[in-house]
Design a protein around this ligand. Sequence first.
Ligand code: CTP
Ligand code: MG
Length: 381
Amino acid sequence: MYRGSKVAAVIAAAGKGERVGGPVPKQYLDMGGEPMLVKTVRCFSKAAEVDEIFIVTNAEYTDRCRRMLEDHGVCKVSAVVPGGRERQDSVYNALMAVAKECPDAEYVLIHDGARPFVTGRVITDVLESVCSHGAAVACVPMKDSLRVADGESSRAVDRSRYFAVQTPQGFRTDVILGAYEAAFAKGFYGTDDAVLVERTGHDVAVVTGDYANIKVTTREDMPMEIRTGTGFDVHAFAEGRKLVLGGVEIPWDRGLDGHSDADVLVHALMDALLGAAALGDIGLHFPDTDERYRGISSLSLLRQVKALISEKGYSVVNADITVMAQRPKIRPHIEAMRDNIAEALEIDRDRINIKGTTTERLGFVGREEGIAAEAVCSLCR
Ligand code: CTP
Ligand code: MG
């Protein structure tokens, strides 16, 4: 309720999201651990002023949408209805559902499902303006200078008079229903709801929106998620074994003990990668009780780890690995190690850094009982 009046919200989420692309319409893509549409709808279910929410989505997604909102505990959703060819057709379907199922709603807020960053402040301000004006739209002042083209030439425009239009757009219910009926009667299609209202001669008030309230339109608008992981591993020296570090066989009188090739550097890196993707650790994926992994090259396991993190949608930004060994010196082999790892991860070698250090003869590394390695990595999605 807002000042004693009932408020319905319409969420337009029936587009195909063709410009973003992807396996599902953009409003169903994951954004920081939950579908974009869940984020958007939650903004309205959290707003104390909003009583009922009507979602219009792709016809083949209505059941999935209902289940998704239920699973995420999003409340106040009164109906999920199928959309139409254009946004205007979709919103009309939702408005019809409002008229039927929530006939006492005095105000309707219309919002794009692809604007998940709307704030409670903007919702309240639009409602307040609707109360006094009957129609109000969230807008932001243009940030860039504007020019208008006229054939080959162009001229500057006074930017201070222009605004970029966002949603929510709020209306008295009778005003928006009348505007939609009038538009369809004339076969007119507009780019937003305010355009239709304006054509009926009704004024539309401008409310200060929020620059963060973007409409996700192209892939660049999807926020990038960056995650960090760390890994640490130790292997003891053993007689009669090859010394393999970063996939490079280093001539030395002993090697490292282990079930696989005991490449301690690659093991630390794999744990960092799995850690960043919240996929556990190498013991979980490649148990040393499994005969398949006896003597296996750790680089081939690294390729499998790369496949696992790719499956979750992550790619490697960079990794920094420190090898702690009193002897032998690893410096002459570092470039070859970087190449091996970059190739296994299918990234540029300048995303991989490898450093060697002694421990000043202190501890098990200093006594040359074994080698330790530590890795830090970043992944992005
Ligand atoms: N929308 C809708 N019904 C349509 C088309 C669009 O409900 N027939 C919704 C979209 O889901 C989106 C909002 O209107 O929340 C704004 O549209 P737009 O950004 O153009 O989204 P899409 O149409 O999905 O994207 P594209 O044009 O790239 O296919
Ligand atoms: Mg579209």
